[in-house]
Design a protein around this ligand. Structure first.
Ligand code: UT7
Length: 332
């Protein structure tokens, strides 16, 4: 079967306008700006406040802008995959809703859930459809309205998360640029350390679950931190080794933005200095599936055709991994 190299040919991001700063949080919970900055690197996050608006609205804004940037119509999209941990509903898929909101009618679409690693899982999944020649244009969108599942009475988690979405278009590249390799892992033994306790089939919603605040993110931060530091760094090192990459070969590391200390540990393990690491956690916090495409969007103008880029993530599940790609276009 003919092989086609799946490449990112456009990227776009969207964050809501309203900001939630560290000083705003100081008024809600017992915390302070210094603690949040030094422990996480976060200064502010964006929050989708409009009533009735959901993850699909964030995702749809990102996708509409994506198609416009690439100059293609919604009818040209073959497949849309949405990575989200905060779907509009348990079903139908948020991907179906985003497609509807964007006028994408000739495609099939589905959600993929892998917590904070969802975007790299979805990218790897989407790439297969380009690689085999089955599809020509596949959209991958990471969209999360984390504020809908954050407990703003829990100071250990409410300081971390923000809302946002990012999307990429995958098409075949004829020059050999694009997604070259990925290493993905999961280990369900980690599920108890980061999850939403109720609202699924194990513990359906009840008055009791609501009273117990079990519909919010539950995280044992210190344990998750420990696994995130070692596994995200390991995944970065693993993909370098598999592809014979040295630190000087890598133009950019695009890490999931969960905690600046986890990002620093990953960069150190890969031998990369700060100038090669995309970091915007101070502005957006952890937008879960939005972090990696939001970085690519913000750095797009600095990316050059042929740049070696490594994406790396760690999240609930546990799930983690890394993707190695060669950037396929110059913006200017
Ligand atoms: O993206 C998906 C994966 N998620 C992650 O990668 C997140 C990983 N975890 C983390 O980023 C960090 O564990 C947190 C940022 C969540 C917490 O930072 P930490 O350095 O691990 O703090 P800790 O939980 O060990 O708590 C240290 C102290 C505790 O006080 P005591 O027991 O030492 O007196 C906490 O009660 O800090 C306290 N604390 C706070 N103090 C002020 C916890 N949250 C806050 C807060 N403000 N917001």
């Amino acid at each position: 079967m003919a092989k086609f190299r799946p490449a990112v040919t456009a990227v776009n991001g969207y964050v809501p306008e309203d900001k939630l700063t560290n000083s705003d949080l100081e008024k809600i919970v017992d915390t302070n700006d210094e603690w949040i900055r030094s422990r996480t690197g976060i200064e502010e996050r964006r929050i989708l406040k409009t009533p009735g608006k959901a993850a699909s609205d964030l995702g749809a804004e990102a996708v509409k802008g994506l198609l416009k940037k690439r100059g293609i119509g919604p009818e040209e999209v073959d497949l849309l995959i949405c990575a989200t941990a905060t779907p509009d509903h348990l079903f139908p898929a948020t991907a179906n809703i985003i497609s509807d909101k964007c006028g994408i009618k000739n495609a099939w679409s589905f959600d993929l859930m892998a917590a904070c690693s969802g975007f790299i899982y979805a990218l790897t999944t989407a790439a297969q459809f380009i690689e085999t020649g089955k599809h020509k244009k596949v959209v991958v969108v990471g969209a999360d309205k984390m504020s809908s599942i954050v407990d703003y009475t829990d100071r250990a988690t409410c300081i971390i998360f923000g809302d946002g979405a990012g999307a990429v278009l995958l098409e075949a590249d004829e020059e050999g640029n694009g997604i070259i390799d990925s290493v993905l892992h999961s280990d369900g033994m980690g599920r108890e350390f980061l999850h939403q306790k109720a609202g699924g089939s194990m513990k359906p919603a009840s008055i009791q679950t609501v009273e117990n605040r079990e519909h919010f993110v539950y995280q044992e931060g210190r344990t998750v931190f420990k696994f995130a530091v070692s596994n995200m760094a390991d995944a970065g090192a693993e993909i370098m080794e598999r592809n014979g990459l040295k630190s000087e070969d890598i133009a950019w590391l695009v890490p999931h933005q969960a905690n600046l200390r986890i990002i620093d540990a990953t960069a150190r393990r890969m031998g990369l200095d700060d100038s090669k690491v995309m970091i915007n956690i101070h502005k957006y916090g952890n937008t879960t599936n939005g972090t990696i495409p939001l970085c690519l969007w913000e750095w797009e103008n600095q990316l050059k055709k042929g740049d070696n880029i490594v994406l790396a993530a760690f999240g609930g599940g546990f799930t983690w991994g890394a993707v190695y790609l060669k950037w396929a276009y110059n913006t200017n």
